[in-house]
Design a protein around this ligand. Sequence first.
Ligand code: ADP
Ligand code: MG
Length: 334
Amino acid sequence: QDVVNKIAAGEIIVAPVHALKELIENAVDAGSTSLEVLAKDGGLKLLQITDNGHGIDKDDMSILCERFTTSKLKKFEDLHSINTYGFRGEALASISHIAHLTVTTKTKASNCAWRAKYDGGKLAPAKPGQSADPKPTAGRNGTQITVEDLFYNVPTRRRAFRSPSDEYNKIIDMVGRYSIHCQGVAFSCKKHGDSGTSIAIQAAATTMDRIRQIHGSSVANELIEYAAADDRYGFSAKGWATNANYHIKKTTLLIFINNRAVESSNIKKAIEQTYSTFLPKNGHPFVYLSLEIDPQRVDVNVHPTKREVNFLNEDEIIQAICENIRDKLAAVDT
Ligand code: ADP
Ligand code: MG
């Protein structure tokens, strides 16, 4: 059973960034307005996320890493919801099978923070010989998740990582995506040992500010805002995209569906097609898209490592979005 769990976890979490994405989503779901990420060796040695959200009840700490026991899964309809896209109550469980996991958390109602270690889905002693119960400790409201020695017990996976800096770049990319999307949330991302931060976004920053800080003024100065919605297809979309003055060699596409970062090759194709009449040959845009779709219409029956998402009326929805982008591009063009 344990081997099965370990293998399953290793398939879900293929790189540190996959664990990080789930931890960011948990922190955002907890209503955090501040999120700090710290990574060592590209997240393989250490991946730490500190938030100021509502925290975890001490009583829930014993079951935190059990599969399919977590709060969201109690509602059956959530099984069909994009909000559970990915692990479906398995993120912390999976991580505990392939890393050393420590959770420190404090709710407003508690007068101290509680710290617990997990191993293989269960509470584990902080030090050999000690009891495995959560221990009281000092701490602020919120949660700190510390993932150490990721894949320590999956040597084949560990050997696949040649370059910690590649892994750290993926981490920066993911933190960058969520920092642009999550209005009202402060983000920081730091490499262990560095004096400065790779990303530092204030809570008050606008979407434009955020894009400027992550992708630079050359992008931010050429942005147009677009939007589309249609009740018939249960969606509304909005975002920012570069105008025809801007182009780069590769498309930068940040897609969020129901507040989850996802990939969609169909959206990508359509957007590149839309821009092809406005940009020079080999010129590509930057596009940020936030799409809200009735969760019942989103297909979550995909493998978690496949970030591809499908939804009903995909053609109609993508067309409506691209039409609005095209209109805005044409308006700026003339
Ligand atoms: P899921 O998010 O799908 O429920 P996870 O394993 O990612 O499964 O998280 C399990 C549960 O732990 C969450 O449902 C939530 O109740 C709690 N949790 C995890 N991370 C945090 C956090 N940063 N702040 C508050 N609660 C959290
Ligand atoms: Mg989660």
